[in-house]
Design a protein around this ligand. Structure first.
Ligand SMILES: N[C@@H](CCC(=O)N[C@@H](CS)C(=O)NCC(=O)O)C(=O)O
Length: 127
């Protein structure tokens, strides 16, 4: 029964992910120079996530809209290093979780709305 529920949840998640991927997003446009600066900043940001989690899909969509190259880490794989790191550093496996490394300090940010607000504030179009 547990396996069936898991398969259903994963299947549904994959369908939602596919639909979200198919629906176009209006991407933020930047000059080449601005994009390079943003790309350099996002080298220090990673998203710990599950592929089919609706909150993660929403976060990935915001990342696409903001035209950000943020590395995604698969925190679903129970044997994976990303999940182990997330549990070790945050005490749990809630996703999405944004890892921000700045000036040698690491911040782990939970909550979809907080993550999107942070990315919008930092990388959104200011006009
Ligand atoms: N309030 C959170 C909810 C996130 C959430 O429920 N994520 C689920 C996956 S869809 C999760 O991390 N479950 C595992 C856990 O809570 O440890 C948000 O908006 O980001």
């Amino acid at each position: 029964m547990k396996i069936l529920l898991k398969a259903f949840r994963n299947g549904l998640g994959a369908i939602i992910a596919l639909i979200s991927w198919l629906i176009p997003v209006g991407k933020v446009k930047r000059s080449e120079e601005e994009q390079k600066s943003v790309d350099a900043q996002t080298e220090n940001i990673e998203l710990y996530q599950f592929f089919g989690c609706p909150f993660c899909i929403k976060t990935r969509r915001a990342i696409r809209r903001l035209n950000l190259k943020i590395t995604k880490q698969d925190a679903q794989d129970r044997k994976g290093a990303a999940r182990a790191e997330l549990i070790k550093e945050t005490g749990g496996h809630q996703v999405p979780c944004l890892k921000i490394t700045e000036n040698g300090k690491v911040e782990w940010m939970h909550e979809t709305s907080d993550i999107i607000a942070y990315l919008d504030k930092r990388f959104g179009q200011k006009n």
